[in-house]
Design a protein around this ligand. Structure first.
Ligand code: PMP
Length: 396
């Protein structure tokens, strides 16, 4: 192991040895048989992970999560269409800005940072606005709030809206098969709970979403157009070479390995996605049990909103927002606050992907956090916190 710090921010994340090895392979040609095989297998895996079935269209684009947000918005929306964005933080607000730049109207239903949206308020807005599409963020990385994606998707559907879910900080870590829950466009990125390096924007379209693209006023930007990529992905899935724009070939090897690891995961009697979700839930419970013993509380107000992918602890009295820099001196990188309204009052710990399966790394993280807090005068019972971590871990 190198002496680089342990990466426990909410993405990018530590890689499993298998994914790291796959990502380090020299880039193949985008039309080589080995690349086509890896791309095809990845697309088939994503159909399972997103639940989009044979009639849906999964896309793998070179880019970050924001590109996936742009692609989702611009294929569905344009001048003359209206969207409702349920915003639980920074990334919901970004989504609204992206929507407005397509020429569509965006209305935001925002909650206080840390709160969950009230279903009745969402319903009232849907009734009043009758939007073409409803957008929400499954886990907003700026607050650590996880919404009830299933319930929001059902609400949107019931009011005739297309449903778009941002799963950038959730997919692979939070229980959801998006399209089975009624989502029409699901989007995510490689560098979080899927456990891959940054660089891939991943999303999927339902038949209703494809129809919305067809009836959209004007064409979306060429690179973001699902119809530019659809024939290419179909070719790859059928084992044929094809070209529209050069894919991130080395990352496709990493993606195939990551998808394999995810779909073959085991946790107790669970296998595949439910096993991976349970592993993330266990890591989250263990980290939070330790931090609670150390006297910390969290930005999301209700435990039902606590994400499995990251924890957003409030800074105890007297501890400055520079805490992450102090923690970094103990060999672990965590992140500072991101939500502009509360930026100085909390910090964030990611527990996603491979690191969420490694109790020693979680322990190292808690030790570094407690050392950092102690350096700023917040004393806690470290041994008791570590016992709580281990107990919660052992509960499985
Ligand atoms: N949505 C959410 C929920 C995110 O957490 C992020 C990244 N932190 C994004 C969108 C944007 O992704 P990226 O930084 O990869 O562009």
């Amino acid at each position: 192991m190198s002496d680089r710090p342990l990466l426990m921010i909410p993405g990018p994340v530590e890689l499993s040895p298998g994914v790291a090895a796959a990502a380090a392979r020299p880039p193949p040609s985008h039309v080589s048989p080995e690349l086509i095989a890896a791309f095809g297998e990845s697309i088939r895996g994503l159909r399972e992970i997103f639940g989009c079935g044979p009639e849906g269209v999964p896309l793998v684009l070179a880019g970050s999560g924001t590109l996936a947000m742009e692609a989702a918005a611009t294929n569905l929306l344009g001048p003359g269409r209206t969207a409702l964005v349920v915003s639980t933080g920074y990334f919901g607000d970004r989504m609204a800005e992206i929507i407005r730049r397509t020429g569509a109207a965006a209305e935001t239903l925002s909650v206080t940072p840390g709160a969950l949206p009230e279903p009745a308020a969402v319903e009232a807005k849907l009734e009043q606005l009758r939007p073409f599409a409803l957008f929400f963020t499954h886990v907003d990385t700026s607050t650590g709030v996880r919404v009830d994606a299933q319930a929001l998707a059902a609400l949107g559907r019931r009011h005739g809206a297309l449903v778009v879910s941002d799963g950038v900080c959730a997919t692979g870590g939070e229980p959801l098969i998006a399209h089975e829950a009624g989502v029409d466009v699901h989007l995510t990125a490689s560098q979080k709970a899927l456990g891959l390096p940054p660089g891939l924007a991943l999303l999927s379209f339902s038949p209703r979403a494809l129809e919305a693209r067809r009836t959209r006023q004007g064409l979306p930007p060429l690179f973001l157009d699902v119809e530019s990529w659809r024939p290419i992905h179909e070719a790859y899935e059928q084992g044929r070479p094809s070209y529209f724009a050069t894919p991130a070939t080395s990352l496709i090897f990493a993606l195939r390995e990551g998808v394999r690891e995810l779909l073959s995961a085991r946790h107790g009697a669970l296998t595949g996605l439910p096993a991976v979700w349970a592993r993330h839930a266990r890591a989250a419970r263990a980290i939070r049990a330790a931090l609670q013993v150390a006297g910390l509380s969290f930005v999301p107000t209700e435990p039902s909103a606590w994400a499995s992918t990251l924890t957003a602890p409030l800074l105890p009295p007297g501890v400055p927002p520079t805490l992450p820099a102090t923690i970094a001196r103990h060999g672990v990188l965590v992140a500072g606050g991101l939500h502009p309204a509360i930026r100085e009052r909390y910090f964030r710990i990611g527990h996603m992907g491979w690191a969420a399966t490694q109790p020693l790394l979680l322990r190292r993280t808690v030790v570094a956090v407690l050392e950092g807090l102690a350096a700023h005068g917040h004393r806690s019972d470290g041994p008791a916190a570590l016992v709580a971590l281990e107990r919660a871990w052992d509960e499985g």
